[in-house]
Structures are given as structure tokens and as C-alpha cells.
Design a protein around this ligand. Structure first.
Ligand code: ATP
Ligand code: MG
Length: 443
């Protein structure tokens, strides 16, 4: 935050941008944004929402000022609400010049002092007033207001100089028909679209750095995210589930509501792959199995896409030819928001969203169970088909689905999900069995 002015602010002006262009659906985006803000601020008493074209404001029902503690809570909450372009802490008053003028004069001194204290003898403080007036009957135009205020303030503090392009001290005014809003600072929001305004997605969640960042990116485009992780108990410890539960909780601080967290034991599939298939393809075959299981879970949750933290060529399984063979295991869209990211960029985002520290706790990765010494970096469908023919596909998927649980991240209690088997039998039986006469020669 740039300045952190302290004043008895009684209103927070919220601006949104991208959702403003959604035409007929605009009301839905606006409602979602408001709902998401409201859910994050339930512990602020007597909070009410003021709404006018293209703007919202938060106020106390009795219009009393927010306490410093409340303002801190609000800043923290708003930094995690996607859909918010920017916001300003300020004052909401009646739309009369006397009230506006009085409020500016009563509060600008402390703001001026912040700049004056930081400014060397003889330096000038660049200043600007910017006013927007949609209340056309207001007696002064925006231009007149800006001139009146500049004259008054510069006379009072001779080290202020008007600078329209690069101001440090700014007085912002929005004058509407039923109220006026005064502010001195505009803070950036997290942008994007409100979570819940786009279709839901199911994240394939490993304990690494990338998948939580991918979740955050999907949320930024408005998707609610549910989570599915694969482990290989007893070959890998179940402790990793707790670590991923923590990551899920951190990811969910950006969400509209907590996502569901599922864990599937992939070990039966991994054993069959180890015993029957070509070793160098194991990682790809594990991934294809993960995609199939995720497809069944998605069907239950009604999610519209799968989500991964893959980026091109980061590791052996993430070459384009391997992604292609992985894609062909499901007809669902696989979203890979980090596809072009450098690891360093991802690490920076992970740090910003608060997942990096937890991701860095060492934990075994299910994919390393029985991992081949030299995994294939180039796979083709005819090779994969040939080796997958050896699997009892439906049987092994059923075993994995039977060993899939829903986890409560608070208590780490596990709940069985028998519905997954029902869904598999009803919609997916035979879908992934490789027929005896499947094509094995290159396309
Ligand atoms: P991450 O940092 O997210 O673990 P990574 O760089 O380690 O990624 P991989 O291990 O190849 O890369 O995983 C790529 C993606 O595949 C992950 O981001 C995740 O979406 C998915 N994935 C990998 N392992 C698992 C797992 N055990 N459970 C669920 N998804 C997984
Ligand atoms: Mg990983």
C-alpha cells in the first residue's frame, strides 16, 4: 500500500471494470461480486452496501466511521476478492457543496502532513483534484470545483503545486444525485471476475508450487475450484494429504466458498501399470489414469473443466507430445493456465498468494512411485494404446474410485464417496477399455 492515510473514513468506494462490459448478464456479475465481498466481511457489524450505476460502496448502517481494526479487515478481505478493479477509503456525504467542502477541509490536513513530512525543504508536493459529476444539477461543473479547491489549498499550503499528470496528493470526488464521495487514495483490487461467475473447475492438486497458483488463476477468471489429489499409500505417506489440505485452505481464501477436497489412492493402478506396461511410459500412464478418475469426479461435481499446473517442458511429462497423449485420455477440457510461465514467475505468484511456504515443505509425490529411471519425453498414441491394452481398465478405475475420499480440511476426517462408483457404472463403463483391435500403428 502506498500511503495508508489515517482518517475517520465512513465509506469504501468499490470499482469494478471488466464486469461492467458484460451486457445483459451484468446484474449477475454485480450480484456475485457483492455476495463475495459480503461473505468475507460478515464479522463487521452493521455493514450495508450502497449501490449506484457502476459503483458500490461499503458503509455502516448509521454512517458512522469505520474503526482502524475494521479498515484493516476490509483491506485484507478486498485484496482477495476477484472482480474488484480498485477501491478507495473515503467519506460519503450529502451531495451539497457545503458538506463536500467541509469534509475535505476537515480531513485533508492529516493527508497533507504525510506528504509534507516526507518532503525536503523547498520541494513542492504535486497535487491534483479530480472530480466526476453525474449529478447534472449540481451548481458547479467538475472544472469549476477543481479550480476552486486548487486555489484554496495552494493558498493554504504554498508548497502544493498543481500537477495533473503525476500527482502525489490527490483529492478525488464523485458527485452523484443522492450522495457524494470524497477520497484521497485509490488502491488496486485483484481484478479479474468474481469467483462463481464462470463455470466450476476441478483442480488436480499436487503438493507442489504450481497447482495452487493454477487454482488462483482459474479463480481470477471467475471459476469456483474443487480439488482432487492422488496419493500412493502405503508407498507414500498420508501426511501429504494434510499439507495439501493446508494449500486448499489457502487457495480458498480467494474463493466464493470452500471447495470440496478429494483424495484418491492411485496405487492399484500404479501397480498394474508397473507390472504390465512399458516402464518409460509409467508417468504418462499415471497421468492418463488421473485424468479418467478426475473426469468421473467432475461428472459428480458438474465441473466444466480439469485444471493442472503444467507448463511446457518443465519436466519430462510436460513435453507437448506427452501433453497430447495425456489430453486424449479424456474428452474434458484441460485448463493449464501456467502453460507459458517460467518457474520464477510462478514462484513469485505463489509467494504473493501465500502458498509458497507450504508448497516448499518436503513431501513425496505420488508420481514418483515406481517412477522409471528414464521417463519418456516423447509419446505417441499408438505406443500408449499398445501398452494400455494390457490393463484391466474398468476394474482398476473402480478400485481407485472405491479408494477415493472427501476430506474435511479442518479435522482431516475422511468420508467415503460411493456415488463415484455409481456414476462410473452408469456413464463411463467400457469408455476407456482398449479394444483388442485398437489401432497400434502410427497415424
Ligand atoms: P506442482 O508444483 O503443481 O506439483 P510440478 O512442477 O511438480 O507441479 P508435475 O509433478 O509434473 O509438475 O505435475 C504437473 C501437474 O500435474 C500438477 O500441477 C498437478 O496439476 C498435476 N499433478 C501432478 N501430480 C499430482 C498428484 N499427485 N495429484 C493430483 N495432481 C497431480
Ligand atoms: Mg508435482
Amino acid at each position: 500500500m502506498k500511503y495508508q492515510y489515517k482518517a475517520p473514513f465512513n465509506s469504501i468506494l468499490l470499482r469494478y471494470n471488466e464486469i461492467g462490459i458484460k451486457g445483459g448478464n451484468r446484474w449477475m456479475f454485480e450480484r456475485k461480486l457483492l455476495d463475495n465481498i459480503r461473505t468475507k466481511l460478515t464479522d463487521i457489524p452493521n455493514l450495508s452496501f450502497y449501490k449506484d450505476r457502476g459503483r458500490f460502496a461499503l458503509v455502516h448502517e448509521d454512517e458512522s466511521p469505520f474503526t482502524e481494526e475494521e479498515l484493516n479487515k476490509i483491506r485484507t478481505a478486498l485484496s482477495k476478492v476477484f472482480g474488484l478493479e480498485s477501491y478507495s477509503l473515503g467519506f460519503q456525504v450529502e451531495p451539497y457543496w457545503e458538506d463536500i467542502h467541509e469534509t475535505i477541509l476537515a480531513n485533508i490536513e492529516s493527508v497533507y502532513e504525510v506528504h509534507n513530512a516526507a518532503c525536503k525543504e523547498g520541494d513542492m508536493i504535486p497535487y491534483r483534484t479530480r472530480s466526476r459529476r453525474s449529478f447534472k444539477k449540481f451548481p458547479y461543473t467538475s472544472n469549476e470545483i477543481e479550480i476552486m479547491l486548487a486555489e484554496e489549498l495552494v493558498e493554504r499550503w504554498p508548497n502544493l503545486k498543481v500537477d495533473l499528470s503525476n500527482p502525489e496528493l490527490e483529492v478525488g470526488l464523485e458527485i452523484r444525485e443522492d450522495s457524494a464521495f470524497i477520497f484521497f487514495e485509490t488502491l488496486p483490487g485483484p481484478k479479474g471476475l468474481p469467483v462463481g461467475s464462470s463455470d466450476k473447475v476441478l483442480s488436480l492438486m499436487s503438493g507442489g508450487i504450481d497447482s495452487p497458483v493454477a487454482c488462483n488463476k482459474a479463480m481470477q477468471r471467475g471459476s469456483h475450484v474443487d480439488y482432487l489429489t492422488f496419493h500412493s499409500h502405503p508407498y507414500t505417506s498420508k501426511d501429504v494429504l494434510e499439507k495439501i489440505g493446508k494449500l486448499v485452505d489457502i487457495c480458498d481464501t480467494y474463493s466464493d466458498k470452500p471447495g470440496k477436497y478429494f483424495a484418491c489412492n492411485l496405487v492399484e493402478a500404479q501397480k498394474m501399470i508397473r507390472d504390465r506396461c512399458i516402464p518409460k511410459f509409467r508417468t504418462i500412464l499415471y497421468r492418463r489414469m488421473m485424468m479418467r478418475i478426475a473426469t468421473v469426479v467432475s461428472r459428480m461435481l458438474k465441473s466444466s473443466a480439469l485444471l493442472t499446473g503444467e507448463s511446457v517442458a518443465q519436466v519430462a511429462s510436460q513435453t507437448l507430445s506427452n501433453m497430447d497423449t495425456i489430453n486424449r485420455s479424456t474428452d474434458m477440457v484441460i485448463l493449464r493456465p501456467l502453460i507459458s510461465y517460467d518457474k520464477n514467475e510462478t514462484i513469485q505468484i505463489a509467494e504473493k498468494i501465500g502458498t509458497l511456504e507450504t508448497s516448499n515443505i518436503p513431501a513425496p509425490d505420488s508420481c514418483t512411485t515406481f517412477a522409471p529411471k528414464k521417463p519418456a519425453t516423447n509419446s505417441k498414441m499408438h505406443m500408449i494404446t499398445k501398452t494400455e491394452k494390457k490393463l484391466d481398465m474398468d476394474d482398476v478405475i473402480r478400485l481407485c474410485l472405491k479408494d477415493t475420499v472427501l476430506i474435511d480440511t479442518e479435522t482431516m476426517e475422511e468420508e467415503e464417496v460411493p456415488k463415484l462408483l455409481e456414476i462410473f457404472d452408469k456413464h463411463f463403463a467400457d469408455r476407456w477399455e482398449v479394444p483388442e483391435d485398437a489401432l497400434e500403428s502410427p497415424r
